[in-house]
Write a protein that binds this ligand. Structure first.
Ligand code: BGC
Length: 475
């Protein structure tokens, strides 16, 4: 069955980036004890979270249901049978959790607004208590000297809007604009860093094509409609932020994975190209005024059905930064899967994988950064990167050396790209505290801090302490 990785693996890139062994050897020589300060004084270090994965309080203080409340409430949808009704109770514990973040020497905190907490029906009636929560959260960040980075949409659409067609209904452009306008007017005096969408390839592919995520819909037509509407909202949201927030730093995020063909034949390269289109290029290119990349993947031409006069112009928006989110690379091969005719290969024997089954491939982040740096974008920020491993608490400690090695390896490759001229200006680890990992449930632990889901007790893992020391001289 197609799984969470579906969207992340449906990427591709035809030519392999040139590997320069000399440069890399030098990096390794100096790399064993490199520090956060090696990235430069203006480099932003942070951690990322999202509302649904951490807040809990799913029906408290006037919050409306989101598609994820509905989806996770249905038997069989969440692999380990957990739900996010309480999640990690961040709605109540945010003040202490932010102090923890500060203790680990991070200065930037990425969070998302829950649309249904603010507008329980998606549009119309405003929930003041929802707005109040985000006021408290933002004010707490600022009091602690933490810079808030807000994401408008991280996958938790109000159920009321899904009932009216969700992302497949063109009206979402109006609903989203209303919501973006409300958030930016309310919080724009204090929040300067904004991201419009989290991984549109993720929520359209998994939610509207394969149906393994909320709202569990499948169909090429609704998928393509959702893609076009998400791209329209991406640009519209960017314009609203820039208009309402003075001194704004406006971005949006993409899930990106470097795709390598498993053989360098014409046919394998073409398959890799097709994956690259759907996963890496589909959402960024319209924003750059390049239109949809439909040449390599003919089924995408059907998207024209949803494009109205003037849309191609409105899809464009010049972001201040692009949030690149990377976990693994993909090796692709031609396949019988309809439409894309390409598939991801399973990591081979002996290859290190995370608990999600994703290959640990530090050089993949270097290659995808190089790939994205060919676009005319102002700056890149790595807005998500991290790994789930089966952590064990022993005598009050979590010795997660594998995660430390993961971070070291990926950061070293980011530094390599930066030193070669890629304009990467920041890094957000995913994530601060173990949380609710969507259709996987609570089992995969991505945090720098261990969470006991019974008691909600937090314990800093060795990787958290590693970051604290790594960043010591950057603060
Ligand atoms: C999402 C996160 C998720 C992470 C790990 C990203 O695609 O934005 O919400 O937890 O990957 O799977």
């Amino acid at each position: 069955m197609v799984r969470l990785e579906f969207l992340k693996y449906m990427l591709s890139f035809a030519s392999l980036a040139k590997f320069n062994p000399l440069t890399f050897d030098r990096m390794l020589e100096s790399g064993s004890d490199f520090k956060g300060s090696d990235f430069g004084r203006d480099f932003q270090w942070g951690v990322g979270t999202s509302a649904f994965q951490v807040e809990g309080a799913w029906d408290l203080d006037g919050k409306g249901p989101s598609i994820w409340d509905t989806f996770s409430g249905k038997e069989g949808n969440i692999k380990d049978k957990t739900n996010a009704k309480a999640a990690i109770e961040f709605y109540h514990t945010y003040a202490a959790d932010l102090k923890l973040l500060k203790r680990l020497n991070f200065e930037n905190f990425r969070f998302s607004f829950s649309w249904a907490r603010i507008l329980p029906e998606g549009s119309g009636k405003i929930n003041e208590k929802g707005l109040d929560f985000y006021d408290r959260l933002i004010d707490s960040c600022l009091e602690l000297g933490i810079e808030p980075w807000a994401v408008l949409y991280h996958w938790d659409l109000p159920q009321a809007l899904e009932d009216r067609g969700g992302w497949a209904n063109r009206d979402i452009i109006g609903w989203f604009s209303e919501y973006a306008d409300l958030c930016t007017r309310r919080f724009g005096d204090r929040v300067k860093h904004w991201m419009v969408l989290n991984e549109p390839a993720g929520f359209t592919t998994l939610g509207y094509l394969s149906g393994v995520h909320a709202p569990d819909r499948t169909g090429i037509g609704i998928f393509l409609a959702a893609v076009h509407h998400a791209c329209m909202c991406q640009a519209e949201g960017g314009r609203i932020i820039r208009q309402n927030v003075s001194g704004s730093h406006v971005g949006t995020t993409f899930s990106c994975s470097f795709v390598e063909p498993n053989k360098l034949t014409h046919c394998h390269r073409n398959a890799a190209d097709r994956l690259d289109v759907v996963l890496n290029r589909l959402f960024i290119e319209p924003s750059l005024g390049m239109g949809y990349p439909i040449v390599e993947v003919p089924f995408l031409r059907k998207i024209n059905k949803y494009i109205q006069p003037g849309d191609l112009e409105r899809l464009k928006f010049e972001f201040d930064f692009i949030g690149l989110q990377n976990y693994f690379r993909l090796i692709s091969k031609p396949s019988m899967i309809p439409f894309i005719w390409a598939n991801r290969m399973k990591p081979g024997d002996g290859v290190e994988i995370t608990e999600m089954g994703w290959e640990v491939a530090p050089e993949g982040i270097y290659k995808i950064l190089k790939q994205f740096s060919k676009y005319p974008i102002k700056e890149i920020i790595v807005t998500e990167n991290g790994a789930a491993f089966p952590d064990v608490m022993t005598d009050g400690r979590v010795h997660d050396q594998q995660r430390i090695d993961f971070f070291k390896g990926y950061l070293e490759q980011i530094l390599r790209a930066k030193r070669e001229g890629v304009n990467v200006k920041g890094y957000f680890a995913w994530t601060l505290i173990d949380n609710f990992e969507w259709a996987e449930g609570n089992r995969p632990r991505f945090g720098l801090v261990y969470n006991d889901f019974e008691t909600q007790q937090r314990t800093v893992k060795d990787s958290g302490y590693w970051f604290r020391d790594f960043l010591k001289e950057s603060v």
